[in-house]
Design a protein around this ligand. Structure first.
Ligand code: GCV
Length: 699
């Protein structure tokens, strides 16, 4: 039977290939969105003026990725090259990393010039041209100009020194710490190349739940080897620093940031790192959060801790990214309020080389969260956005969830201070901060396709593009990614972009509609667990978040509840104060409402919830059908993997729906609305599911 199916499929494909553009040959996804790997042959002429390792890479990329059919000679050159400066082009506004690509006359020849004020700018220009062509543009008339709006565009790897990756769903860590620094896997170069192609210019190598060992001499040498590989691609290396390292590897009795011996230890440590890595970026710190040590252990503030580290790296031009992800079980306050309560009073107290890194929402990378109230509340402090690219709460490796719309929803949110948006806080425009940054928790591992699935690559891609320019449109990013990844055939691109743009909302629908959040199972966070109530820390239990009882559901964060709404600027707080003016997509985040609360559609909240769960499942089923229709147009390997993943997703979307409804019914005693299918199993069955070996779970 299987052989028959294969045969039928093979002959169907042969016919299709004869009739249509043949799908690309076997593709294991390794090449990501950069799909040429052979130097172009034919009439294309590329010249390079000047010689640096990065300029050479720019030239090599063009040779490798531009189609031979490109019929205009291409010149890569620094803007300071006499042949370019003679053209008096408007290059000042390109800054340090921007590029300009345009037809020009050089030495009496018509060429396409790729230039920038630095060789990194030129490299980004080369990639912009490659992107332009791979998305259907022409070389001859290419006119492209862009400069990044955000200075630090950084991946955060939650990679452990033993090769495991916290919340990683795509294999082991790329970094082979054991064999470094002697063996430099060629894959490190390919990693850097992929990042450079989307503008990522920094990488934090190790988990924020850090081990002090990564700051010892052998590990500094290993990090230095990676930094050497990444440098020509414009990528700096950063390290997560464990705050108690002076005790653990320094032999000190304390890590109190106000103790001069501690400050001196960090200064010497920074000097040592910079001797090995002269362009080391700086430190990322998770302090006094989920058991990590920090300045609060000594009664000092987060600013004291950050500033002490900032002073150590400052002479070398380094920075500190200090995370605001803090909450404590000893604090009875609503978890969603705790970071603001702790950090807002510190505005203006941080050194000028510190960024405070804030997650997009106040809880933890849920499928939907309102923007974090710290954005707009700390005008004197550069706030760095932290997105999670790895899909800890959105179906991990297998569910198709394109995160572009999640990212842009937050970036476009109005903070309530005039026209200010979260994006304008992050890119510095709002308060004229020069030091700006965006971090993405990486979804990269040593799986052959890097991210555990083709569509997960789009989330890495979208992060890079939005870090470069937070005002980009998520559908446009999806389109350019899809064109580079699958080719420009509109019969493929239309459905692929459609699937991507519906996918995140589908996950919201089948995991937690109307602003419900944190309903997942314990530890690995895989699958549903809205019933979980027995964990030691109250705010680790889903029941803490949904507060469902016989009468209603949702977390009252208005004045009658935790008053978290008051952390937003008055214009936004006012909207969130009433269920009538709160967007329904965030309703139960802010309000505890009766099950028979009337939605704008006229149906009850309960009926609306059931409809959303059903809509989520139906959307995944529809995505599967769309993908089925692409069978003959996408290479077999990537098509089959995605098809299998979509089948998993549909099954698990039903599981989420059925388990959730079964539990809600056990609480509210309500029947399902007419026509809704009953859950497949009883609640006991859902509660009994256990996944002790699910990936990504910290141990
Ligand atoms: C690195 C969540 C994740 C943790 C992660 C933490 C953080 O709680 O589940 O694995 O730890 O966020 O962002 O620090």
């Amino acid at each position: 039977m299987k052989a028959m199916r294969t045969l039928v499929r093979a002959s169907a494909m042969a016919v299709t290939a004869a009739l249509l553009t043949a799908p690309a040959a076997a593709e294991d996804g390794y090449r990501l969105w950069l799909r040429s790997d052979a130097p172009a042959e034919g009439p294309i002429a590329i010249s390079r003026l000047g010689d640096t390792p990065t300029l050479r890479l720019a030239e090599a990329e063009l040779r490798r990725d531009l189609p031979a059919a490109a019929n205009l000679p291409v010149v890569v050159a620094l803007a300071s090259d006499p042949a370019v400066s003679a053209l008096r082009l408007p290059v000042a506004e390109l800054g340090n990393e921007g590029y300009l690509v345009r037809p020009s006359s050089i030495g009496g020849r018509q060429v396409l010039l790729i230039t920038g004020n630095t060789d990194r700018g030129v490299l980004y220009g080369a990639f912009a041209l490659i992107r332009h062509v791979a998305s259907g543009g022409q070389v001859a008339n290419a006119t492209l100009r862009s400069a990044p709006k955000v200075k630090l565009r950084v991946l955060n790897h939650w990679d452990n020194l033993d090769g495991t990756v916290e919340r990683g769903y795509s294999g082991e860590s790329l970094w082979d710490w054991w064999k470094l620094p002697d063996y430099r896997d060629p894959r490190y170069t390919d990693y850097a190349r992929a990042n450079a192609s989307i503008g990522v210019n920094g990488t934090v190598l190790n988990n924020v739940n850090a081990k002090a060992d990564s700051l010892t001499a052998p590990y500094i040498a290993k990090a230095a080897a990676l930094a050497d590989v990444f440098r020509p691609w414009g990528i700096r290396v950063y390290l997560s620093a464990r705050f108690s390292a002076p005790i653990e590897i320094g032999g000190l009795k304390t890590a109190d940031p106000r103790d001069p011996a501690v400050a001196a230890w960090w200064k010497a440590k920074a000097d040592e790192i910079y001797r090995a890595i002269p362009d080391f970026g700086g430190f990322l710190v998770k302090a006094n959060s989920e058991g990590q040590p920090g300045p609060r252990d000594y009664g000092a503030s987060h600013a004291d801790g950050a500033n002490m580290l900032a002073a150590a790296v400052k002479p070398h031009g380094g920075i500190v990214m200090w995370r605001a992800f803090v909450y404590a079980d000893t604090d009875p306050e609503d978890r969603a309020k705790q970071a603001y309560t702790e950090f807002k009073p510190l505005d203006g107290k941080f050194a000028d080389n510190v960024l405070v890194q804030v997650k997009n929402g106040a809880i933890d990378f849920q499928p939907r969260e309102p923007f974090h109230p710290l954005f707009g509340a700390m005008p004197k402090t550069p706030l760095m956005m932290e997105f999670q690219i790895t899909k800890e709460y959105l179906g991990q490796a297998t569910h198709l969830a394109y995160l572009g719309p999640l990212f842009t929803e937050v970036l476009e949110a109005k903070t309530g201070r005039g026209q200010e948006t979260v994006a304008s806080v992050v890119d510095g425009e709002s308060e004229n901060h020069q030091l700006t940054g965006m971090a993405g928790v990486a979804n990269i591992g040593d799986d052959r396709d890097w991210t555990g699935g083709t569509f997960n690559q789009a989330n890495w891609y979208a992060f890079g593009r939005l870090a470069w320019d937070p005002s980009l449109d998520s559908a446009a990013i999806a389109r350019e990614w899809a064109q580079q990844t699958f080719g420009t055939d509109p019969r493929v691109i239309g459905p692929v972009v459609d699937m991507m743009m519906r996918s995140r909302e589908a996950v919201v629908d089948y995991t937690g509609p109307f602003g419900l959040a944190h309903l997942m199972a314990t530890g690995h966070h895989y699958g549903p667990g809205p019933w979980v109530s027995e964990l030691q820390r109250p705010e680790w239990n889903p029941v803490y978040y949904h507060r469902a009882d016989r009468q209603g559901i949702g977390f009252d964060r208005t004045r009658t509840g935790s008053n978290a709404v008051a952390q937003y600027a008055p214009a936004v707080a006012k909207l969130y104060a009433s269920p009538r003016t709160t967007p329904e997509s965030e309703l139960l985040w802010f309000h505890h409402l009766p099950w028979d609360y009337r939605l704008k559609s006229g149906e009850t909240l309960w009926d609306g919830m059931v409809r959303r769960y059903d809509r989520g499942v139906a959307t995944v089923a529809a995505m599967r059908r769309e993908w089925d229709g692409l069978r003959a147009l996408v290479d077999t390997e990537r098509w089959e993997k995605t098809a299998a993943f979509l089948a998993i997703q549909e099954r698990e979307a039903r599981w989420w729906r059925d388990a959730s409804l079964s539990y809600w019914q056990s609480v509210n005693g309500l029947p399902l609305p007419a026509g809704a299918a009953p859950p497949e199993h009883d609640l006991a069955w859902y509660k009994a599911q256990s996944y002790p070996h699910a990936p990504g779970n910290p141990h």
